[in-house]
Design a binder for this molecule. Structure first.
Ligand code: KG4
Ligand code: ZN
Length: 357
């Protein structure tokens, strides 16, 4: 029986300091041995968003004991670790640098390979921690910073089919929450408030609904909510706006996902049609339900990460590390932090005023 790899993952790209150790079973099924996530929500709450300088300081203060805890919780000995995988981008450079430098130093001191991981690839592979998932597949990545449809051909092989031309979905949830007076990050709270509201009360716009393929846009929705929120007086109105907002997002994703299915099939001609939904917003149950039902209708297999693996964590970084370790895809210790690092490097930059769809 050969020794199975033990991979240490480290994540500090934004406001979560995280470390995890994973391995795999004799059958090649990934096993999470530990998964420690320390959120900085309380550090940034009063500012209504992530303050880079404070986030970096908090990572520096916590990284040692978070990694130590991940090792202790896993039951593994430090010298049994086979490789160290750190997020190298995309993200806030002052934050990325903390986990990246820590991972490199750890790798040098243990004399074990170092693997630089794209945070978005971590989300893309996150369902592999709980489901069997072979390439190719269609991915909907919905987080605080990204909203993209990608065809995933293999590890490191991505073709972007659609992206947001302005705000990310998570950002739209957080901004709507802020306008409703909910503390940052409000996305999960919107889902809770929406349960008590009438989703038909407010008719909200669906930008680029009938054009732009499976590209997305949410800025106009935010502007509409800003206007309505000024007249909101009662809790019921607040619940109704949360419900109407969530329903609008769901209608947009329903339509755009159908278009993405067609584009994916044209591009890949997959034998098995698999649809992965990952990123923080994939924790939203209403969005999950709608996409599940759509998959049933369109003969796709829906695949979601575990709820606590949707948000930022290091198990998904270790998952990419595990795949790269098996392929001996290691990196030098001079690997740079990359604030911008798209999964599809050839895709056109599609943000800002004047974007042609
Ligand atoms: O993937 P993630 O943890 O961080 C990024 O890489 O951006 O995603 C965080 C985003 C936040 O905008 C948060 O409000 C949103 O995911 N989010 C949700 C839910 N849970 C987290 N949005 C809607 N419904 C939820 N249940
Ligand atoms: Zn993320």
């Amino acid at each position: 029986m050969s020794k199975k790899p033990l991979i240490l993952g480290i994540e500090t790209s934004c406001d979560e300091t995280a470390a995890s150790i994973i391995t795999e079973s004799e059958q090649g099924k990934p096993i999470i041995l530990s998964n420690v996530v320390s959120s900085q929500v309380n550090v940034h709450k009063e500012f209504g968003g992530v303050v880079p300088e404070l986030a970096a300081r908090s990572h520096i203060e916590k990284i040692d004991w978070i990694v130590q805890k991940a090792i202790n919780d896993s039951g593994a000995k430090i010298n049994e670790i086979d490789a160290i995988a750190s997020t190298a981008g995309p993200g806030l450079i002052v934050c990325l640098s903390v986990g990246l430098s820590f991972g490199k130093a750890f790798s040098a001191s243990l004399n074990k390979p170092f693997i630089a991981v794209n945070h978005l690839e971590g989300h893309a592979l996150s369902p592999k921690l709980n489901s069997k998932l072979d390439y190719p597949y269609l991915l909907l990545l919905i987080s605080g910073g990204h909203s993209q449809y990608l065809s995933v051909k293999n590890l490191g092989k991505y073709k972007r089919l659609g992206t947001t031309i302005d705000d990310a979905i998570g950002e739209a949830f957080d901004k709507t929450a802020k306008l409703l007076g909910i503390e940052f990050p409000g996305g999960p709270q919107i889902e809770i408030l929406a349960k008590k509201g009438d989703s038909n009360r407010y008719n909200l716009p669906k930008p680029i609904f009938n054009k732009g393929g499976c590209n997305l846009s949410f800025a106009g929705l935010k502007t509409a909510i800003l206007k309505i929120s000024k007249d909101i007086k009662t809790d019921q109105e607040k619940f109704d706006l949360a419900a109407s907002f969530q329903k609008t997002i769901i209608e947009i994703l329903y339509k755009k996902t159908k278009i993405a299915f067609v584009e994916f099939e044209k591009l890949v001609k997959p034998k098995e049609k698999k649809f992965v939904v990952a990123g923080g917003v994939a924790a939203n149950k209403e969005i999950r339900n709608m996409l599940n039902n759509l998959c049933i209708k369109e003969s796709y297999e829906p695949i979601f990460p575990l709820i606590d693996i949707c948000g930022d964590n290091a198990a998904m970084i270790a998952m990419v590390g595990l795949e790269k370790f098996k392929l001996k895809q290691f990196n030098n210790l001079n690997y740079p932090a990359k604030p911008r690092w798209p999964l599809d490097q050839d895709a056109k930059f599609l943000k800002g005023a004047g974007v042609k769809l």
